[in-house]
Design a protein around this ligand. Structure first.
Ligand SMILES: C[S@@+](CC[C@H](N)C(=O)[O-])C[C@H]1O[C@@H](n2cnc3c(N)ncnc32)[C@H](O)[C@@H]1O
Length: 248
């Protein structure tokens, strides 16, 4: 485990450090509900788990990134985890890429949660698909210190997320993956390990192979594809020669 990182869940209250520090997030997780800007109460879904949000929060506090990028904002749970840490650090900003935040499914609720928590000044939304937003951010010269990938989970979309993030990520920067046990996301992680110079870092999350179906859990164990969020530190800015290929 990275020195200074721990999964801190208060077992008496069942509340993480992050929830204790962010009342907006605490309420969202406790009620399982969010309120859209036009007052509609919606059921919370598609978010990172409380324990994973807490690990993300602790990691941001530990690494002190100046520039953070996330792909996939939804109701803003991961955004609030990142922004709570940046706010405590008193520096840094988050850019979220999500094509459906205001106009689509999320009805601006993730943004409303960021505003309600008082973090709007540290946050920028790019309401575009990854395949439009990320090349533009790269072209604009953006450099990032930490990235969190939780967008569209097919292999090619997650690979595209990683491909552009890798180009913008500083050496010793960190990239994290939600739903790391999905075959599509796991395949991207295997690409990262074979075709780039990264090393996995332990953020204190327990290794979980659990699945709804027994056979999936066994397969995850055999393939070493645990489901908890996984994080990787970039060791060097490196791409292989043009004729390189290694199975992944
Ligand atoms: C699992 S949700 C993200 C949850 C969020 N990280 C949280 O913790 O609350 C996946 C998100 O990816 C977004 N998404 C879908 N297609 C996308 C694309 N092509 N580029 C970027 N984001 C996309 C969806 O709109 C959705 O908000």
């Amino acid at each position: 485990m990275e020195e200074g990182l721990r999964v801190n869940t208060n077992l008496t209250s069942g509340q993480t450090d992050l929830e204790a520090r962010n009342s907006t997030l605490k309420e969202i997780i406790a009620t399982g509900q969010v309120t859209s800007p036009n007052g509609q109460v919606l059921s919370l879904h598609s978010h990172v788990s409380a324990i994973e949000a807490n690990a993300l929060y602790e990691l941001v506090k530990k690494r002190q990134p100046r520039t953070v990028l996330e792909v996939g904002m939804a109701f803003g749970v991961s955004s609030l985890a990142i922004l709570t840490a940046l706010d405590e650090l008193g520096a840094g900003s988050l850019t979220s890429v999500d094509p459906n935040q205001i106009e689509g499914e999320w009805k601006g609720t993730g943004l409303a949660n960021v505003r309600r928590a008082g973090f709007a000044s540290r946050h920028t939304l790019i309401e575009q698909s990854n395949f439009l937003a990320l090349p533009r951010l790269f072209e604009s010269g953006m450099k990032i210190d930490l990235a969190y990938i939780d967008g569209w989970h097919t292999f090619e979309y997650a690979l595209l997320d990683f491909f552009f993030i890798d180009k913008m990520l500083a050496e010793h920067g960190v990239v994290g993956f939600n739903d790391a046990g999905w075959p599509s996301v796991h395949k991207v992680i295997k690409f990262l390990l074979r075709h780039r110079k990264y090393v996995e870092i332990d953020v204190g999350l327990p290794t979980v192979y659990r699945a709804r179906h027994f056979h999936t859990a066994i397969a995850r164990r055999i393939l070493n594809a645990p489901t908890q969020d996984r994080y990787f530190e970039k060791l060097a800015q490196w791409e292989p020669p043009f004729n390189y290929f290694a199975n992944f």
